[in-house]
Ligand binder design. Structure first.
Ligand SMILES: C[S@@+](CC[C@H](N)C(=O)[O-])C[C@H]1O[C@@H](n2cnc3c(N)ncnc32)[C@H](O)[C@@H]1O
Length: 192
């Protein structure tokens, strides 16, 4: 049986969404953007569960809302126009799956982008909300101004997480040129 190649970080995260997101899961898309990840999560939830989606840009929220409306899903989707650093104001339940695709909106204003201060605040809050066996995926882009600082801050913070509480991994194409994006994964232990 043939399978698709893993050509980039998006292919990794698509595969991981299919692996981790199960029916009835509570999910978070911390950077909704063009809605691609939100739609992949919706497909995996198959008309069950719930998605919280955050973005600071109205256009991103509106565009993603229209994608969902067009597909008429039954999953509860809450799209929130606010910074993901305030996730704890909106989410009062355990999360099974969370995804962050950092940087700026492709095709949008490159000056409106994630920054390591609010990203780290948000990551810490999401880790507190993760259910046992839940996972947080973070893809970070190094090639834009501020991207390397964001990568370093995330890498340095995730390295400090206790092995007994979390499995932390990093996915990187080591033969690709021009600083390919890197995906971090943090699995919450305690459910085994
Ligand atoms: C790379 S794009 C996300 C792409 C999206 N996941 C997709 O599948 O289309 C990054 C997004 O993060 C958003 N963003 C930047 N800072 C943010 C913040 N503090 N909280 C929430 N979203 C933020 C940007 O507005 C942008 O839409």
């Amino acid at each position: 049986m043939s399978r698709d190649l893993l050509n980039n970080a998006n292919d990794f995260t698509s595969m991981l969404i299919k692996t981790y997101v199960k029916e009835h899961h509570i999910c978070l898309d911390g950077t909704v953007g063009n809605g691609n990840d939100t739609m992949k999560i919706l497909n995996a939830l198959n008309g069950t569960g719930k998605i919280y989606g955050f973005d600071i840009q109205e256009d991103a929220i509106n565009h993603t809302e229209s994608l969902i409306f067009d597909r008429n899903y039954n999953t509860e989707v809450l799209l929130i126009k606010d910074s993901h650093e305030y996730v704890d104001r909106y989410i009062k339940e355990r999360i099974n799956f969370a995804i962050y695709n950092l940087g700026y909106l492709p095709g949008g204003d490159k000056n409106i982008k994630t920054n390591y201060t609010s990203t780290i605040i948000s990551i810490k809050k999401v880790l507190d909300l993760l259910a046992p066996n839940g996972i947080l995926l973070i893809t970070v882009y190094l090639g834009h101004p501020g991207g390397m600082d964001e990568y370093t801050a995330i890498n340095d913070y995730l390295e400090t997480l206790e092995q007994k509480n979390y499995n932390v991994f990093k996915l990187k194409f080591i033969n690709q040129k021009n600083n390919p994006p890197i995906t971090f994964g943090v699995e919450a232990r305690g459910g085994e």
